[in-house]
Design a binder for this molecule. Structure first.
Ligand code: TDO
Length: 179
C-alpha cells in the first residue's frame, strides 16, 4: 500500500497493492499493522459501517463531538463518490479548509479522515456502496454537523445543488460560523 499525502496535515489517501490475475483481483483492504506502520499512527478501528445511496445523494457533513470523536477510513465498494473532509481542529493552519477526493470501485482508493474533521460524500454514479471503519463507536447524542452548502466552505460537489438528495436532518445543519 502507498500513502499519498494531501495538503491538509493528517488527511491522507491510501492506494492499495492490487494483485490482478486471470481469476480477477485480490488486495488487502485493511491490515492494522501495516496501516499503523506506514501512517505512523496508532489507530484501532472498532466499528465498520456500510451504506448504499443513489446518484446525487449527499450524506454529510458529519462528526461526533468530544470524547466520541471518530477517525474514519473510507472507501467505495461499488460506484463512485466524491468524498470530502473539512478541518475543524481548533488552531489548525488549515481550519475551515476542505480536501476532496474521488473514490471508486475502479481506483480502490481509501481516504483517512482524522478526528476533528467533518466528513461527507456525494454519489456520482447511478448507485454507490460506501464502506468505512471508525475508531470510536456511534453515539447518537454526540452527533454534530456542518451544512454542505455553507458559502464559507464553498465546496465543489460536482453536482448542481438542485439535483442533490439530502436528508431533512442534514438540511438543518449549521454553517461553520454557527458551530
Ligand atoms: C452513523 C450511524 C447511524 N446509525 C443509524 C441512525 C439512523 O437511524 C440511521 C441513518 O443515520 P444517518 O442518517 O446519520 O446516516 P448517514 O447520513 O449515512 O451518516 C453517516 O454519514 C457519513 C457522511 C459519515 O461520515 C458517518 O460518520 C455517518 O455520520 O442509522 C447507526 O445505528 N449507527 C451509526 O454509526
Amino acid at each position: 500500500m502507498e500513502i499519498i499525502k494531501t495538503p491538509i496535515d493528517g488527511c491522507f489517501v491510501i492506494k492499495p497493492a492490487v494483485f490482478p490475475d486471470p481469476r480477477g483481483y485480490f488486495f488487502e483492504s485493511f491490515n492494522e499493522q501495516r496501516f499503523n506502520e506506514k501512517s505512523k499512527l496508532n489507530i484501532h478501528f472498532v466499528q465498520d459501517n456500510q451504506s448504499m445511496s443513489s446518484y446525487g445523494v449527499l450524506r454529510g457533513l458529519h462528526f461526533q463531538k468530544g470524547e466520541h470523536a471518530q477517525a474514519k477510513l473510507v472507501r467505495v465498494l461499488k460506484g463512485e463518490v466524491l468524498d470530502v473532509a473539512v478541518d475543524l481542529r481548533q488552531g489548525s493552519a488549515t481550519y475551515g479548509q476542505y480536501y476532496s477526493v474521488l473514490l471508486s470501485e475502479e481506483n480502490k482508493l481509501q481516504f483517512f479522515v482524522p478526528r476533528g474533521f467533518a466528513h461527507g460524500f456525494v454519489v456520482l454514479s447511478k448507485h454507490a456502496e460506501f464502506f468505512y471503519k471508525c475508531d470510536n463507536y456511534y453515539n447518537k447524542g454526540s452527533e454534530g454537523g456542518l451544512h454542505y452548502a455553507d458559502p464559507s466552505l464553498n465546496i465543489d460537489w460536482k453536482i448542481p445543488f438542485e439535483e442533490l438528495l439530502v436528508s431533512d436532518k442534514d438540511k438543518e445543519l449549521p454553517v461553520l460560523e454557527g458551530l
